[in-house]
Each structure stands twice: as structure tokens, then as C-alpha cells.
Ligand binder design. Structure first.
Ligand code: UDP
Length: 238
């Protein structure tokens, strides 16, 4: 059974989700819908921090594959995540939710610097804190950022919103007989190479006993259910 009520969570949203059905860019309606769900979870008294990816803008590894220096390409990727953060911030503020964007790369006109104690204070005041620019370091992912931020701000779980409704033993979009897991432990994820989060992120969660919930972002009410700690998707824990 899932723990009841995580209370403070880090919600990981991929950049892909922001593009709606498209491959690139930001689909306003989609982000508005995500903002509504986050607002509903906050309205229930939960503290929600969000880590936003940037795959809809720039993927560092892809650019480096095309010949760019990896570090520079990754910094471009990190900057891309901030574009998504500002979009989410705007749609949340439209709903009357107070927000703060905190970035690991300083850009004082658009965001606060990442200050963990300040982030906690914002959450306690009912604000949504949106973490941008990943960890501020190349060769990491926003999944790893979500795990690290969750640990540092004392979140009780990482909620990884995806396009499928949990973790399967093979890709359910290609294999009709793929089997979904309700629960997994970290070792099973790592040894079987299951698509949960990258290995760095999973290891960090494993070492610190931080639960991961993988669930379908688009299902109605799913964000609220995941934040409540209801049984949804796949729970990865000790
Ligand atoms: N990135 C990075 N360090 C980080 C987080 C992200 O270098 O700590 C870069 C990396 O190039 C990555 C891009 O930012 O490809 C976008 O992040 P990610 O791929 O995690 O986004 P998502 O897949 O969730 O949309």
C-alpha cells in the first residue's frame, strides 16, 4: 500500500509533457491543465515543489551527438527548462496560486536563486516552488534534480509524471502483453533496466530511501491522487 498523504512532494514534469501532442515547444492548454491539477493539490493543504524538464526545448545529449561540446549543450538544456518553468508559473499565478521559480543558474530578472531553506519557507506558506535549470551542472538530468531537491527540502516522495500509467516490464506502447508493476524496489529497477528514471536518480533515491511514484500525468485527477498518496501507477521504494 502507498503511504497515506505525502504532504510535501516534488513533482517531476518532463518537458515533453509541456509540448502537448507536439514534439517541441509549449502548448498553453496543456500547461494550463497541469497548473489546474497542481493548484487542486495545493488547495488540499499539500506542499508541492515542481522540477521541470526541458526535452521539448533542447536535449543536451542530442546536440552533443550532433557535434556540440556536451557541457555547452547541457547548459542549453538547462536554460530550456527555465522557459518551461516560467510558463508553468504564469498559468499557476493565473489561478491565484503564489509561486516562486528558483534556478540553479542565476538569472535574477526572472527567478530567485536556489536557496533550499527559502524554498521550504515558500512551501510552508502555500506557495508552489518551481525548480529550474536542473542541478546547474552538465551530465545530470532533471530526474536526478528532482531526487536531489526532494532530499534537500525534506519532501517525502518524488512523483514522476509520465505518459504511461506506471512501470511495465516492456514498452506497453509496443507490446500488448506488457505487464505493469504495482510496486518495485530500487534494485529491481536498476538490474532490469526499467524505465523509471535514469540510474543516477534511482541510486540517489535508493541510498536515501526516497519513494518514487511513477504515474500517468494526463489521467483526470491523477496529480491530486498521487500527491494524496493514493494507490496509483507504480511505487518504487525500499
Ligand atoms: N540538464 C543538465 N543538468 C541537469 C539537468 C538537465 O545538463 O542537472 C540538461 C540536459 O542537457 C538535458 C536537458 O537539460 O538533456 C533537459 O533536461 P531533461 O532531459 O532531464 O528533461 P526532460 O527529459 O525531463 O524533459
Amino acid at each position: 500500500m502507498h503511504d497515506a498523504g505525502w504532504h510535501r512532494v516534488v513533482l517531476k514534469l518532463s518537458g515533453e509533457a509541456f509540448a502537448g501532442g507536439d514534439e517541441f515547444g509549449i502548448d498553453g492548454e496543456t500547461v494550463a491543465g497541469i497548473a489546474e491539477s497542481v493548484a487542486a493539490a495545493v488547495a488540499e493543504g499539500n506542499e508541492v515543489a515542481v522540477v521541470v524538464g526541458g526535452g521539448n526545448i533542447v536535449r543536451g545529449a542530442a546536440l552533443s551527438g550532433a557535434g556540440m561540446e556536451r557541457g555547452r549543450a547541457d547548459y542549453m538544456g538547462m536554460l530550456g527548462t527555465v522557459i518551461n518553468c516560467l510558463a508553468l508559473q504564469d498559468f499557476l499565478e493565473n489561478l491565484g496560486i503564489d509561486t516562486r521559480v528558483q534556478t540553479s543558474i542565476h538569472m535574477s530578472q526572472v527567478a530567485e536563486p536556489y536557496v533550499p531553506r527559502r524554498a521550504i519557507r515558500h512551501l510552508e506558506k502555500g506557495r508552489v516552488v518551481i525548480f529550474g535549470a536542473g542541478l546547474g551542472a552538465p551530465f545530470f538530468s532533471t530526474d536526478t534534480t528532482a531526487a536531489q531537491r526532494a532530499l534537500e527540502i525534506g519532501a517525502r516522495a518524488v512523483l514522476k509524471a509520465t505518459q504511461v500509467d506506471g512501470v511495465y516490464d516492456s514498452d506497453p506502447r509496443r507490446n500488448a502483453s506488457a505487464v505493469k508493476f504495482d510496486r518495485l524496489n530500487y534494485n529491481e529497477v536498476l538490474t532490469r533496466g526499467l524505465q523509471v528514471m535514469d540510474a543516477t536518480a534511482v541510486s540517489l533515491c535508493m541510498d536515501n530511501h526516497l519513494p518514487i511514484v511513477v504515474f500517468d500525468l494526463m489521467g483526470t485527477g491523477n496529480i491530486v491522487r498521487a500527491v494524496r498518496g493514493e494507490k496509483i501507477g507504480t511505487l518504487v521504494s525500499t
